[in-house]
Design a protein around this ligand. Sequence first.
Ligand code: NAP
Length: 260
Amino acid sequence: MPVLGLGTWENTDPEDCANAVKTALEMGYRHIDTAQIYGNEAEVGEGLAAADVDRDDIFLATKVWIDELSYDDVIESTRESLDKLGVEYVDLLYIHWPAREYEPEETLDAFNELVEEGLTKRIGISNFEPDQVREAVELSDAPIFANQIELHPLLPQEELRDACAEEDVEIVAYSPLARGEVFNVPTLTEIAEKHDVSEAQVSLAWLREKGVTAIPKATSEGHIRDNWESLSLKLDDEDIDAIDTIETVDRRVDPGFAPW
Ligand code: NAP
């Protein structure tokens, strides 16, 4: 899985969304993240089609919404997602949240059926807590490839990362820029100034250092490029220590149906 992807939540302006996907792919991004609930799968599909990059070279992920997690709804809504995206398969299909219609055994059976039919290459989970990760791993025939969770310097999620590592489940960091809050953290600003880069790059380089994949959402070419350039930023031990010891904790995504 490419270690840096493009997020698309709230990128709902049709033209902006398709352009962001095309721009990112042509810049070198090979991982795109969307979801049924973002309402932009068709626009993401337009961007994929417009970019001069082969489908098979792209790691494309979408997520099944919490209202669509009964067996039949998983199958049907995923077919609709593929239709909108204009692709024959996705590389990773996530259970968006373990909430509402989520029934571990039934939902995972349907995800396994989609793997067998070749409609998704891999099964993902998102916003799962340690016990739910272990339960999903236990119940699924196909491996649980990744848990997509909120993760950034203000929410380092060490316990959850350890639990996933024990189960061989990769981590994908969502809101890796803390939805813009990384620009207001003095420690990150000091490190950014030291390396002459943005706070966004510092946060993304820190996540990479932790062995985590990040999917920052960006709309303009400038932001998409700034985040891409984080791949050349090497933080030193002192930087990592300083970020690891930030005490402020700030969870940015916390809906009522969250499992914590
Ligand atoms: P984020 O990536 O932490 O932050 C996005 C914000 O940062 C946007 O306002 C963006 O502005 C701005 N930005 C991006 N790059 C920048 C840069 N280099 N300099 C300055 N500002 C920059 O937040 P997110 O959208 O919540 O998370 C990323 C992705 O994770 C989502 O898009 C989605 O794909 C996924 N996600 C998943 C879940 C889940 O439940 N699984 C939940 C939340 C998010 P512009 O758009 O104007 O560039």
